[in-house]
Design a protein around this ligand. Structure first.
Ligand code: KMH
Ligand code: ZN
Length: 279
């Protein structure tokens, strides 16, 4: 399978937490997002995990903006467009479900509640179940976001109750190092990977200073990578990230050094079972 010889790189360029006024390099307008996406695709990304902002650069789940964003990313790139259904910690469940109305290729689906710094990122099982069934009905491929080992148990429960996802393939993302979630270290990575459903593939991302340990651990264990300013704003000690693409460039370079070069967007579509929604 392509996943064993190549590396799927996802870029998460914006997130819902960082403040544009404090982080001027953060892409928040549609033009900034599309320019970032093009640069990251050229650098080796195959998937873009998307959070959008309003005219004041605040996180939003506005339906019109989401639809325009999906259209603009499809027009400007070949990247797989994965919309966040996690949104911001302040977003309600109805708005998060309505994200699928924008008809993305893929979406995130977090498998449990987690403390998120001083906040709570709420994902009770009835919400997870409803979102999962909606992805199946709309044929939107979910990526299972796992912030803690208990989320892996919930993933097993979900698949046991409702069967395989759209596309037929289970792909997870281990989000490590969130204050309140599982730590971003190699021992925890190995434990989480060992607990995944048989046949599942996985990416990993380490928040903040866990970025590099998680990236090296994931490459060594046969996993895939997510990078971007949603997850880290510091490229090296004392040096802020200047562009999302430099995070993708570094991930692609490490993947090539591991003899698992970046997967193309076309390869990633086949790997993840993404249905072609482009005109
Ligand atoms: N912004 C976080 C609270 C996702 O995109 O699905 C949730 C998050 C997960 O970023
Ligand atoms: Zn996100």
């Amino acid at each position: 399978m392509a996943g064993s010889t190549q590396t799927l790189i996802t870029v998460a360029p914006t997130g819902a937490e960082a403040d544009k006024s404090a982080v001027p390099a953060l892409p928040v307008t549609l033009d900034e997002l599309v320019a970032t996406a093009k640069e990251c695709e050229a650098a080796g990304a195959a998937v873009i995990h998307v959070h959008i902002r309003d005219e004041a650069a605040r996180p939003t789940l506005d339906a019109g903006r989401l639809a325009d964003t999906v259209a603009a990313l499809r027009e400007g790139t070949d990247l797989i467009v994965q919309l966040s259904t996690g949104g911001a910690v302040t977003d309600g469940f109805a708005g998060r479900l309505a994200v699928l109305d924008a008809d993305p290729d893929a979406c995130s689906l977090t498998c449990g509640t987690v403390n998120f710094g001083d906040e709570v990122f709420a994902n009770p099982y009835p919400f997870i179940r409803e979102l999962y069934q909606l992805t199946q009905a709309r044929q939107v491929v979910p990526e299972f976001e796992l912030f803690d080992l208990g989320h892996v148990a919930t993933l097993h429960r979900l698949l046991g109750e409702f069967g395989p996802p759209a596309g037929g393939h289970v792909h997870c993302d281990l989000v490590m190092g969130v204050p309140g979630g599982m730590p971003g270290d190699v021992a925890t990575l190995a434990a989480a990977v060992a607990a995944l459903p048989a046949g599942a593939t996985w990416s990993a991302t380490g928040i903040g200073r866990t970025t590099l340990p998680v990236m090296f651990g994931a490459l060594g264990a046969g996993g895939h990578l997510r990078v971007g300013m949603e997850d880290t704003l510091t490229f090296a000690r004392g040096r802020p990230v200047a562009r999302n693409a430099e995070l993708v460039e570094r991930a692609a370079e490490l993947a090539r050094l591991a003899h698992r070069p970046p997967m193309s967007p076309a390869g990633a579509r086949a790997f993840l079972g993404i249905r072609d929604r482009r005109g």
